[in-house]
Ligand binder design. Structure first.
Ligand code: PGA
Length: 276
């Protein structure tokens, strides 16, 4: 079983100076010695500097989004080769915040403003294909809103998102993906999904992929949980059999709390390696 992946999504936090200071703190935690794969996803503007600073460590670099074209008249967009050149390994695709679905509602975001966040499964699908073509590993985010959960639509929503997001990929490509189950209502709210339910939905994602692409593809896949992961709930979540890591937002902005989450993954890996 591969090590769990703990990815920190810094969202729109951090000047270059702030990002470098956080990376320096993380380097002092000696995360390389732990049985877990670690990745940080700073804003685009800090990727170059963070990449330089991470040289010589095992900490991977991730980006928070990508466009699907290599180059062209696409003002404001960032292409896969641009990220690959900066040493980026992972890229978050289809995060609920780029889909315009916020865990903590933004009262001044009218329908018209929300259209700015125009992500949908069709664009996610294009981005996944483009990222793979350039050797980037997509972290594909799926998740239901509170209204969808309350209406009993969780499984249908997740299933539709997964199917559309991987449409047209061959099984070998799907086997390289990372999915993140991120219930929208748990993101930034402090309301974590309880561990057995998060495990159930992660297992569902794996089952859907197996149905579409076969056992082989699903074997290589990793399914993370994200949404208010903190040091005090990480152990419960990470020890679930179908949860292969965590996508961490708020708690990744602090070196101590992020390192503590990584050390939970390490302890679980140690126990499993020892047959426990
Ligand atoms: P959170 O964010 O940990 O702050 O809830 C997770 C995410 O959005 O990836």
């Amino acid at each position: 079983m591969p090590d769990q992946l703990i990815a920190g999504n810094w969202k729109m936090h951090g000047t270059v100076a702030w990002s470098l200071a956080l990376v320096e703190e993380l380097k002092h935690r000696n995360l390389d010695a732990l049985n877990a794969e670690v990745c940080v996803c700073p804003p685009f503007t800090a990727l170059y500097a963070v990449h330089q600073s991470l040289r010589g460590t095992d900490i991977k670099l991730g980006a928070q989004d990508v466009f699907w074209k290599d180059q062209g008249a696409y003002t404001g967009q960032i292409s896969p080769p641009m990220l690959a050149e900066l040493g980026v390994s992972y890229v978050i695709i289809g995060h609920s915040e780029t889909r315009g679905r916020f865990g903590v509602p933004e009262p001044d975001f009218t329908e018209e403003i929300l259209r700015h966040f125009g992500e949908n499964d069709a664009t996610v699908n294009l981005k996944v294909k483009a990222a793979l073509l350039h050797g980037l590993t997509p972290i594909v985010c799926v998740g239901e809103t509170l209204a969808e959960r309350q209406a009993g639509q969780t499984d249908a929503v997740i299933s539709a998102q997964v199917r559309r997001d991987i449409d047209g990929l061959d099984p070998a490509e799907v086997g390289c993906l990372v999915f993140a189950y991120e219930p929208v209502w748990a993101i930034g709210t402090g309301e974590v999904c309880d561990a057995p339910e998060a495990n159930r939905v992660c297992a569902l994602i794996r089952r859907i992929v197996t149905d579409i692409c076969g056992k082989e593809a699903a074997h290589g896949l990793r399914v993370l949980y994200g949404g208010s992961v903190k040091p005090d709930n990480a152990h419960d979540l990470l020890e679930q059999p179908y949860i292969d890591g965590a996508l961490v937002g708020g708690a990744s902005l602090n070196a101590n709390s992020f390192a503590e989450i990584v050390s939970h993954a390490h302890k679980i890996a140690e126990r499993r390696n020892n047959g426990g």
